[in-house]
Ligand binder design. Structure first.
Ligand SMILES: Cc1ncc(COP(=O)(O)O)c(C=O)c1O
Length: 484
């Protein structure tokens, strides 16, 4: 791979182009997860130029690279203004940090809450079951216990009273989502924040997904309930710029209502012979590339640009939801209130995992979601502005994909696989068993990932969460092998 005298630039780029051709399409409005595409001509080129210009700048020391500090402060200011903070508001003292993504923002919100209560030997956080998995990761990494509050299978929201009841003397943080990733519904933020405040506990609003669109949707007349710093008791909010602010990957903002709330987020260390380290975020050395790219994106799109993109996204959501309503055998999990369309099947003869494969075969990449507690399996669509021009093509393809999935019939798991998924404990899963299973499912990395995933999804769907986790770790680690 590393040639003795190096490869010419053109050849290297050709290699990367060839690899990129294997990927799902990041642009074109047919991939409903992972990517956020506004389809604005010239924006990619602008962001790439800004990224390149600051890629070697190091966020480790803001005094050495004031350009990065200035751009970070501008991003935090823009996010704060959008989310009910800044001069002239009741949250005039909002401060924040730029992180690498939503997961890091949530980990830091939990860290700040934990470290604000050093007297607690066994801190806990309260998170609705619909909260993002990153809260579980934060709890795991930080040694904090996760108390999960169930969501109502009809509204897909937690009851504020259940959240209040879950708060204990050791609770350091209560979380809620605006909106949740899986179903795109907004939690009862005002009631949850009030319950947290009454108990003297911090309340984090995870607006990683929707924080940049909800304010614009509200301006367009969509009824968006209060979810930001205008709500008493909300102490921190996260919003990802690499989602609906349409910046390239690697940028989220974590906001705190005031500097005292942010203080325990920092890590500083002077007890070694090198430079004194002070980090607001998890990474120490940080590239300026993503920050500069986000700065360029925000400056270029501007308030009017985001409003226009939110309108296009809203129209696309309405059209996609109508398409789902128009198909016999499908039902929306929730009436769309943000930028997610999520649906499930109403009869057992329509297998959603087969449907997902049929949609993929027609060029639409959707995201299957496995059954969880009382919730059935579902199909998730993250809708971005780039979907708007393609939306009329979706309905006919959905109808055809449903007809094909019905004709194919549901996946029948072979008896030995069903037994494995339902009876095996994660501990009993040996490397040999996993290797055999992966080879049988075409997941051993030899040919890449199989085009049809319905069998794999059905197997995972039949397994309890702990076994799903183990199986996925084993499968992914089979894929992650060095190429020599
Ligand atoms: C609501 C919410 N929170 C947190 C995250 C995690 O963000 P990231 O993937 O940037 O770490 C996501 C990602 O989809 C999300 O939707």
């Amino acid at each position: 791979m590393i040639d003795s005298d190096g490869a010419p630039a053109e050849r290297v780029l050709a290699e990367i182009r060839e690899l990129r051709a294997l990927d799902r399409p990041t642009h074109g409005g047919r991939l409903f997860a992972y990517v956020y595409d506004p389809a604005v001509p010239g924006l990619d080129e602008l962001a790439a130029a800004a990224h390149a210009g600051s890629a070697h700048v190091n966020g480790l020391d803001p005094t050495a690279f004031p350009s990065l500090l200035a751009m970070e402060n501008a991003l935090v200011g823009a996010a704060a203004r959008l989310l009910g903070g800044g001069p002239g508001t009741t949250a005039a003292e909002v401060v924040g940090s730029v992180t690498s993504g939503g997961t890091e923002s949530l980990i830091l919100a939990v860290k700040a809450a934990r470290d604000a209560r050093p007297e607690l030997a066994a801190p806990r956080i309260v998170v609705p079951a619909s909260g993002h998995a990153a809260f579980a990761k934060a709890a795991h990494l930080l040694g904090v216990t996760l108390d999960t509050v169930p969501v109502d299978p009809k509204t897909l929201r937690p009851a504020a009273a259940d959240v209040a009841a879950a708060i204990r003397p050791e609770t350091v943080l209560v979380a809620c989502s605006a909106p949740s990733y899986a179903h795109g519904v907004i939690d009862p933020v005002a009631e949850i924040a009030a319950a947290a405040a009454a108990a003297g506990v911090r309340c984090h609003v995870d607006a990683c997904f929707g924080g940049w669109t909800l304010p614009y949707l509200r301006r367009l007349g969509v009824p968006v309930p209060p979810f930001d710093f205008a709500v008493d008791g909300v102490t921190s909010i996260s919003v990802d710029l690499h989602k609906y602010a349409y910046a390239p990957k690697g940028v989220s903002v974590l906001l705190h209502r005031d500097p005292a709330l942010r203080a325990p987020q920092y890590f500083a260390y002077a007890d070694w012979p090198g430079y004194t380290m002070v980090n607001p975020v998890l990474a120490s050395t940080r590239s300026g590339g993503p920050i500069a790219a986000a700065y360029a994106t925000l400056r270029h799109l501007g308030d009017a640009g985001y409003l226009r993109l939110a309108a296009a996204t809203r129209d696309a959501v309405t059209a996609l939801a109508d398409a789902v309503r128009g198909v016999d055998g499908l039902r929306l999990m929730a009436e769309p209130e943000s930028t997610v369309v999520c649906f499930t099947a109403t009869d057992l003869e329509l297998d959603l995992f087969v449907l997902v494969d049929e949609l993929t075969a027609r060029g639409w990449h959707t995201q299957p979601q496995l059954r969880y507690a009382d919730l059935p399996p579902s199909v998730h669509l993250t809708v971005t502005a780039s979907v708007a021009p393609r939306v009329a093509e979706f309905g006919p393809d959905l109808t055809a994909a449903v007809a094909a999935a019905r004709a194919a019939g549901p996946v029948r798991l072979p008896a030995e696989l069903r037994a494995l998924a339902t009876a095996l404990t994660p501990r009993a899963l040996t490397p040999e068993l996993v290797a055999g299973l992966a080879a049988g499912l075409g997941l051993d990395g030899g040919q890449g990932v199989p085009e049809r995933m319905a069998l794999v999804n059905t197997l995972l769907d039949a397994a309890p969460p702990a076994l799903r986790e183990r199986l996925l770790v084993e499968f992914v680690s089979l894929l992650q092998r060095p190429s020599w």
